[in-house]
Write a protein that binds this ligand. Sequence first.
Ligand SMILES: O=C[C@H](O)COP(=O)(O)O
Length: 251
Amino acid sequence: MSRQLIAGNWKMNGLTADARSLAQALQSGAGNGFGHADLLVCPPFTQISTVAGILTGTAITVGGQDCHMQAKGAHTGDISAPMLRDLGATHVILGHSERRQNHKEIDETVREKVLAARSACLIPIVCVGETEDQRSADGHEDVVGWQIKGSLPDGFADGEGVVAYEPVWAIGTGRTATEQDVAAMHAFIRAELVRQFGDAGHKTRILYGGSVNAKNAAGLLAVADVGGALVGGASLKAQDFFAIAAAASRG
Ligand SMILES: O=C[C@H](O)COP(=O)(O)O
């Protein structure tokens, strides 16, 4: 099995003291790495510099949670991909369902942001996933299929771009998708990637996200075609984040 990526999305959590203390706990536990897992944390913009500084020299990399589609200019309050890179970020989460919902981001916006990330040498982690209503109406494959078509630009699979499948109803709810559902959706996403990008689509990592925790991680990470996890709440405790990483190592 190839290395899995365990990515922590801290979302809008962490004043400087919190971020410093969590980063220090990660630094002390990081050791020489985690077997089959690559580790990444994505703090809020305001803490990236602090966290990247503390984690320098460890096996844990740092990413952003969003970026603007332009590299610079008159965009009050926005952060560009080169700015993230400048702070030490290696990755950026794009098209998270909270951005799609709260900021009305559409696939075309996400696609433009992926291009911006690529120009700044950041690895994009593009989130896709259906709502509960869409799944109840049996529309989950259609929704995710369209998100993949619309959000991923040409050549996406030639780089290190990552896709994260996050059923919206499983995010922050404690309701995890069953391993059967995860297997079915990851197989569907893989088939879509190959249809869109040819052979290169076989190598794109597909993460699962949605209430992943220290207890359920081993089962989810052992599912075929799960290339890692995008972890929200459980990534705010170093011990839980490491337990998930350890589960990946056993995958
Ligand atoms: O980006 C992370 C996901 O939204 C999952 O969040 P969660 O682990 O708190 O459910």
